[in-house]
Design a protein around this ligand. Sequence first.
Ligand SMILES: [Zn+2]
Ligand SMILES: [Zn+2]
Length: 144
Amino acid sequence: MADAATIEGHCLCRAVRITISHPKHHVEICHCDMCRRWGGAFYPALTGESFAIAGEDAVTTFQSSSWAERAFCGTCGSNLWYKFLPTGNRSFVAGLFDGAETLGIEKEIFVDEKARWTDLAGDHPRQTGAEVIAEAREAGFEFD
Ligand SMILES: [Zn+2]
Ligand SMILES: [Zn+2]
């Protein structure tokens, strides 16, 4: 499935359906305190070259900070995506997608805010929040 040109996802009630074209083969795991509160554990982010969304009428968005918006299904409550407002880039909750369970982990970020009960195995990069923010500042983003 990870080699498919597209990957299909949907929320629990199927009101919202998402297709990602040329998805990455790895998810990025965010352990920050906002992602933990939002999803209950961590945020497994999946991105790709492009995406299409059906059922946007069912989507509710919440601006969780000055730089990010998060979306969920207003009917079933499934979390859907994270949108980085400075670029408009979105990543999607990997668990929504059929076949995404075979993907690997690209990296873990905000590991200094990680809950102990979400230790993940594997030899992939792990960055603290300070390292992630420093990298974003170097790329030109401003945070309050
Ligand atoms: Zn739903
Ligand atoms: Zn996060």
